[in-house]
Design a binder for this molecule. Structure first.
Ligand SMILES: *Cc1c(COP(=O)(O)O)cnc(C)c1O
Ligand SMILES: [Zn+2]
Length: 503
């Protein structure tokens, strides 16, 4: 829709303006640092940073209902920079001029209601929000769009040069970083570090295709992360892991979109998210808090974090009910089909701890819950969802297994509605489905395939035929006819088809 066609009272607010006072703030010592430099940890105490807007009072100067209208109308505006996560410009990074925003089609992934079968499977209504529909096929693009727009802003506005963007990855971060980096390849070089043999072939193909330097490192993700941190501490590089607070900002859009898609009615809603490095859960909690503070949503939804028993440090931390007795200890991970969440020492844990306290304080009651699920439950749930009209990844299966568990444990109830994060595209993780279908999981996964969820192609090669079609070779017409008839007959027999009656 053209600007002149919007209602007069909203027209001035539709195109956002650069505003606010954005700084990095240390989680540990609260010290603030200007955002003109690439910073990841506090130069004073080495704690993690968050990005804050010191002029956040201005959000309250606009009534919540007006904000709702701004976002709803803005959806009709055909300006690419405002089509993705920057639809919520004022809440993402309101310092980047519109012409420096990188938009590759991320965000606004669909919220899909499940069928009656799935509702009864769990016992309540729920939706999948399919973040596999992002350009590099995972939710990581939300954060990367913001982080790379910020880098582009440093380049274009301040003339920063020769940027090497680097990250460690369980697969999807590197795919996303390399994709967004490639858009800026004239000013930004990309390097990604992945654990050798611990990411799928599809995921490896992505940064390779984007032209990034791809380094395979022995060990697991946590080992790659240590190398990347060493590089970031000692060399001039731009770190694109979720330590990077700009990524958290972009990922908050997940919470904003859910709010908007529910017409801002977040009462009696439940958000279910798989947790790996804990950047996504950080962003989601922070996003709902900020919309709530600005009066845009009417309630803080319940948030349920899910981890596999094979990688469960966050679950273990919250097992202790008493706040002061909680101690975080990393775990050594075991193989997990929710491979993108197979992390023993989540970088954003300090952020989660702080935000959960704030969240529950504002909500006035317990609002954040952790559940753990088995590898078996993850696979069974993924395959069940996908037999009911979805195409979720193994981490999406983890979300569903988490909801099933939360419902059984009475953390959620039939009068609530849940939104489950399927964090990536199912095709990235098809190898796990393959292992399930041909029963080839190594024993350490502890997965026994269920017959009723398995599937395999059936070769039809009728007996009594000597010649079969082959590429580049044509059969005599009578052989073709016989081949078609016998093949059809075999398929009809397997499917128990009734012969058509000829009148
Ligand atoms: C990164 C990732 C996760 C884990 O998210 P965190 O922010 O690290 O907790 C889950 N699923 C997929 C598909 C991912 O790529
Ligand atoms: Zn500090």
């Amino acid at each position: 829709m053209r600007l002149k066609d919007f209602p007069a009272e909203i027209r001035d607010l539709i195109i956002p303006k650069v505003k606010g006072e954005i700084v990095y703030q240390c989680l540990g010592c609260n010290k603030e640092f200007p955002i003109r430099q690439l910073l990841y940890t506090c130069p004073d105490c080495q704690d993690l940073l968050m990005i804050i807007d010191k002029d956040s009072h201005r959000f309250k100067e606009i009534p919540g209902e007006t904000w709702q209208k701004i976002f709803d109308y803005r959806k009709m505006l055909n300006i690419p920079a405002l089509k993705g996560v920057f639809l919520y410009y004022e809440f993402i990074a309101p310092l980047i001029p519109l012409d420096q925003i990188i938009y590759l089609g991320e965000g606004h992934t669909s919220l899909v209601p499940v069928n009656d079968f799935m509702r009864d499977f769990v016992g309540m209504e729920f939706y999948f929000k399919n973040d596999g529909q992002n350009p590099s096929a995972s939710f990581k693009d939300r954060g990367m769009a913001c982080a790379l727009s910020y880098i582009n802003y440093l380049v274009k506005t301040f003339g920063v040069k020769d940027i090497l963007a680097i990250c460690a990855s369980t697969g999807d971060t590197s795919a996303s970083a390399a994709l967004y980096g490639s858009y800026l390849h004239e000013t930004v070089k990309s390097a990604v570090l992945v654990p050798q043999g611990k990411i799928t072939k599809v995921q490896l193909s992505q940064p390779l295709g984007s032209g990034a330097y791809v380094f395979e490192i022995p060990g697991v993700f946590d080992d790659c992360m240590k190398v990347v941190e060493n590089l970031a501490d000692n060399y001039h590089v731009a770190l694109l892991n979720s330590k990077n607070a700009w990524r958290i900002r972009g990922q908050e859009s997940y919470a904003f979109e859910i709010s908007q898609d529910l017409d801002y009615d977040t009462d009696k809603k439940v958000i279910v998210v798989p947790i790996g490095n804990a950047g996504n859960i950080t962003a989601i909690i922070s996003g709902f808090l900020r919309f709530y503070d600005a009066g845009i949503i009417n309630a803080l939804p319940k948030v349920i974090g899910v981890q596999s028993t094979h990688a469960n440090p966050v679950y273990r931390y919250y097992l202790e009910r008493e706040l002061n007795k909680r101690i975080f200890s990393p775990v050594v991970v075991k193989p997990s089909v929710a491979q993108a969440a197979m992390i023993g020492n989540p970088v954003s844990m300090p952020r989660v701890i702080k935000l959960v306290q704030e969240y529950e304080k504002k909500a006035g009651n317990e609002r954040f819950f952790m559940v753990q699920v088995t590898e078996q439950e993850i696979m069974d749930c993924q395959l069940t969802a996908n037999r009911n009209g979805h195409f979720i990844c193994t981490q999406g299966g983890e979300s569903l297994a988490g909801l099933v568990r939360a419902f059984k444990n009475k953390i959620v109830h039939a009068d609530e509605i849940a939104i489950l994060d399927s964090t990536a595209h199912a095709l990235k993780f098809y190898t796990f489905q393959e292992m399930y279908f041909n029963d080839s999981f190594s024993p350490d996964f502890e997965i026994l395939p269920k017959r009723e969820l398995q599937n395999s192609p059936r070769l039809i090669r009728p007996k009594g035929l000597d010649t079969f079609p082959e590429p580049g070779k044509s059969l005599p017409p009578k052989d073709v006819k016989r081949f078609i008839e016998l093949t059809s007959g075999e398929i009809a027999a397997i499917l128990n088809l009734q012969k058509r009656e000829v009148h």
